[in-house]
Ligand binder design. Sequence first.
Ligand code: GAL
Length: 897
Amino acid sequence: MLLSKIFWLTLLARPLQTSTASLLRSVSADSPDAGREQVRLSTGWRFWRSENIPDGIIYERRSDASNESLLELKPWILPMGNAFINDPEDWHDQPDSNLDIDIEYTRSGFDDSGWENVTIPHDWAIRLPFLTGSRPVIPTSMGNLPVHGVGWYRKQLDLSAEDARKKIYLDVDGAMAYPMVWVNGQLAGGWPFGYNSFRVDITPHIKTGESNILAIRAENPAGRFSRWYPGAGLYRNVWLTKVSPVHVAHWGTFISSREVSDASAVVDLSVTVENRAESNAEVLVLTEVFEFNTQSQNIGRSVAKFEPAKLEISATDGKASFNGSVTIRGPHLWGPPPAHQPNLYAAVTRVYQGKRLVDEYETKFGIRSLEFHPDNGLLVNGQKVYLQGVNQHHDLGPLGAAFNMRAARRQLEMLRDLGANAIRMSHNPPAPELLELTDEMGFLVINEIFDSWEESKTPLDYSLIFQDWREPDLRAFIRRDRNHPSVIVWSYGNEVKEQSSDDERAAEIAIYLRNICHAEDPTRPTSTSMHFSSPNMTLPTTQDVISLNYQGEGMRYGPAYEHITGGNHKTPQYQAYHDAFPGKLIMGSEVASSLSTRGAFLFPVTPYNSAPVNDSYGGNSKTREISAYELYTADAGSSADRIFLTQDEKPFVSGGFVWTGWDYLGEPYKYSSLHTGGWGIIDLAGFKKERFWLYQSRWRPDLKLAHIIPHWNWPGREGEVTPVHVFSAADEAELFLNGQSQGRLKKGTEEYRFRWDDVKYEPGELYVQTYKGGSEWAADKVQTTLEAYSLHLSADRGHVASDGDDLVFVTMEVVDAEGKVVPKSNNTAIFSVSGPGEIVATTNGNPGDFTAFTSLERRAFNGLALAIVRSYAGASGELKVRATSEGLQGTEISIEV
Ligand code: GAL
């Protein structure tokens, strides 16, 4: 014991001042001259963008910007990575010469009054019109929005005289891309990879007691640098962190749990404290563990204390670490609902110099055990959890890449309702807040960092900087995210090209990256997703767990796919992998890649349970729609039905991650003039595609659900075969058309839907009654509607917080005189709002609609459109959202601010 028990109690009896609201991470210690303060820098920014390079600088000359006159700043940026490079031999020296450049945008005297006022997070491209012309700089594969160019952000920072005693850091959660930070005209740092978070020490550049100019430059290449919509600019939060010179280091805690049971668990903690002061420091580090209430975001009961630790830390940049363990009796374990609850704890670390509290640092964590079993799959706290996963890209549809907590939560809430319990962050690090949400809501996460290594997938992608940044990027990524209980696997790659070009090289790189992961975090397995490698190749031998994209079901495989030539053909591979690696868990890191356009049904319907989309079956190249019978796929994909069959046949597989949960911007398939590909179970607006109920019936088998497709408005199809399919967990179903039975069906062992493929259309009513185990289960009906008559509005919530961030999602439906949504209606609506707020975006989920997301005039798409509403910061009162449309009755809805 380093301290008497009485002293220990006195110290911890002080009230905790930890405010844990996720978007205001402000922790203040009770010592007047010290303490940690973290302020989000969201308002007061000025922004300007140029399509070309306006300032004569670049991180490194590339093929799209090879102009010799550009000054390369790489030598000044590379040393930022040193803190995340293990071997000092590999550190980058600061250039001897000072950076001899004067950029007017970085100077305090520069007149930015003509620049745009923006709040951060900000995505400069999402509010602009889509690019037109036959060969736009940014193609539809990247979302067709003007992400290219250089964006400058300026903000005044006022620092008090007291701040002179502190270290001042700028924490950037992510900026697209090649961000560089200037303070008062001097370059302070940067970090090229647009998806990683980074910290810049701005202390040497600031003037305390006066105002400072912070200028951040972001740049995206003019050309293909991504396979999807990347976003542009300061699209994640930016923070100012002030700490006493002696403080817990950046991402300086690591907490994990072992020997976990309901009775007890051992929690291991490591804390690194940094001394940036002029003299050596002797500190006392105390860490106490509290229950954490995710509803109130407050700390609860204290449950354990680590042994106090004394550390001696040498002056100017010394670091010292403490490692300790405690046993927690009767822990509230973390795990995914419904079988588990996502309980969290908070470890509060206090650093004392003498009697002075100099830092207080909170780390949220969860106690859980994970077992990756080759035959039983994933066990969480000893119980099997089948991975019902989805892949998610980082964009938030019409809000672009600009992170928004409410929009992200809405995505997860709908995925939870779907029955999903796992998310793969494809293919790059997410916003830090997204992992706070997955912790709180109990999603299992594959956290992924790279889509390419040395070999490029698009000419200007990460491969350009892989060699210099792979180590610092990977270490920074893991240090940031390793305390999240939701993260279960680190993925350091996705379908890398090296798989097919050079298997040995792929394995070498994999081992290199894997070893870094293991060194940073020995508690989690790692992986890279493989769609090409075979069990007899070298790359798979390097894997902790086997992550297969599409190989499990086979690629371009099955009766409907036989005509496809070329490409990566595969027969089903789960068994072959299981045989070759009997000790390794297997998962489908990408499954399905099926496609559909919400509300679009095309005829004829394939007789198979899975078919590649083409103009004969499932597709229409004129309207660019893909049929919502939910049987159609990319050439290498499989329908949900076929995935379910494979999963039932291979129970040793731990589950799969559907490509994708939500539609995302970019990567159209089959038809090129689309701004989204239609891979999602949920469309870009957040409207459910029919697949939603197909997955729900599988993933939530206790839900009394029956869902009929298609809609029943088919004027002109009278007497023609119009198949009717029903999604339900029931085992029998009887369909009636206008009261006439179309037959009672029993679901076969290899069937995941009920199909009446010979129904002849007549207007009226379809009704299905389903049965399970002989008893009535659920029913559904679909009726032919009358003509469009009026608009109807509904909101996801009746109130909105006036914090400047919160959003309300308002759905508009085109309905008939009886209130039924008219399926194919595409009336144009005009949205307006009165009261203290604004409409920030509209959309309808139609992949082929290139109306700017800011437009208040929006066509319904197959009956629906969406308006996203935000209140003004600090406002209160009532917001009225209105929708009108020529020839239809308009409507309005009230939202309380
Ligand atoms: C995979 C790839 C994903 C996406 C998907 C579309 O091969 O990993 O990023 O492109 O195909 O089917």
